[in-house]
Design a protein around this ligand. Structure first.
Ligand SMILES: Nc1nc2c(ncn2[C@@H]2O[C@H](COP(=O)(O)OP(=O)(O)O)[C@@H](O)[C@H]2O)c(=O)[nH]1
Ligand SMILES: [Mg+2]
Length: 316
């Protein structure tokens, strides 16, 4: 199928075409660029919500509930689940698909599991690109589930309009994670598994921490949920929509979208550098030359960048 035809089929909701388009973007290279050149400019109308937190806190269960809420407005929903790469298969874990299973046959929901390839730990480089592509294809709601591990959380936040940070009641190991950066990126906090002991204490802990050093006027709400029993979901969805309204009514939407643009540029740059390094002959020649010490890595990097950018600069 030609790119234009694939895009047409995908925008009409053809699940197989959507899947093929995602694979194509994941592979990167010229075909992916051609797709993004079509879809990125017509995007920007949808909302991206990221759900992040430690493994097992209930992100997928909550995500499936949020999809229900998103569908209630009649919009199409795209779900991107970023799973840690298995060192054995290099692929995505199937569990999330199973938990999202009740949405699997719904033509209004597109679900994609993405393997992160080890890049900065938690989010696939293709994720923001696929999210942007889905927006361009007319998806009004995009939900990204990702395992928050350090640096990667910041990346999630950079590519989402609203970041929901999930912890489980009673904290456990999550206290460290919270200190390591959850607080800065959370637009909405969820204390899930509120059917367990310690939920009230966990909510209080978080509310207390929120008093310290926030730049934004937005004060993240802290919502207790029992995702497995669909409790607290209405409140969570309300909090997400309140945050959207706050963004829309303040300057923060443009600050965020600018930050996202910078992030997208950095991602595209990284992708194209990776591509020319791995795919081009000059890449492997330069690597050999560096190994033989006939050139230093910095000079080689300059050469590689110049050779890969030359056609783009000449482009009007
Ligand atoms: N007790 C309890 N268990 C939950 C709740 N939400 C999810 N779970 C369970 O916790 C486990 C992990 O959930 P999952 O959504 O896969 O977590 P994820 O790894 O963060 O995506 C599953 O067995 C869920 O059924 C909850 O509110 N209370
Ligand atoms: Mg999950």
């Amino acid at each position: 199928m030609e790119t234009a035809e694939l895009i047409r089929a995908a925008s009409s909701g053809d699940a197989r075409a959507l899947g093929r388009l995602c694979s194509l973007i994941e592979r990167g290279g010229p075909a992916a660029r051609a797709v993004m050149a079509e879809l990125y400019p017509v995007g920007g109308q949808g909302w991206t919500t990221a759900v992040t937190g430690a493994p097992g806190v209930g992100k997928s269960t909550l995500g499936a509930e949020l999809v229900d809420s998103m569908l209630s407005s009649g919009d199409r929903v795209g779900v991107l689940a970023v799973d840690p790469s298995s060192p054995i298969t290099g692929g995505a874990i199937l569990g999330d698909r199973i938990r999202m299973g009740r949405h699997a046959g719904n033509p209004s929901v597109f679900i994609r599991s993405l393997a992160n390839r080890g890049h900065l730990g938690g989010i696939s480089t293709a994720t923001p690109a696929i999210a942007a592509a889905l927006e361009g294809l007319g998806f009004a709601e995009i939900l990204i589930e990702t395992v928050g591990v350090g640096q990667s959380e910041v990346e999630v936040a950079a590519s989402a309009d609203t970041t929901v940070v999930v912890v489980a009641a009673g904290w456990g190991d999550d206290v460290q994670a919270a200190k390591a950066g959850f607080l800065e990126i959370a637009d909405v906090f969820v204390v899930n598994k509120a059917d367990r002991d310690g939920a009230d204490g966990t909510v209080r802990d978080i509310v207390g921490m929120l008093d310290v050093g926030r730049e934004s006027e937005w004060r993240p709400p802290v919502i207790a949920t029992v995702a497995s029993e669909s409790r607290g979901i209405k409140e969570l969805w309300q909090a997400v929509r309140d945050h959207r309204r706050f963004l829309a009514d303040s300057d923060e939407i443009s600050i965020r979208r600018t930050r996202r643009a910078a992030h997208d540029l950095a991602m595209a740059l990284r992708e194209s550098v990776d591509h020319s390094l791995n795919e081009s002959e000059s890449g492997s020649e330069l690597v050999a030359a560096i190994a033989e010490r006939t050139v230093d890595p910095w000079t080689a990097a300059d050469r590689l960048l110049r050779s890969s950018q030359a056609p783009c600069i000449a482009d009007p």
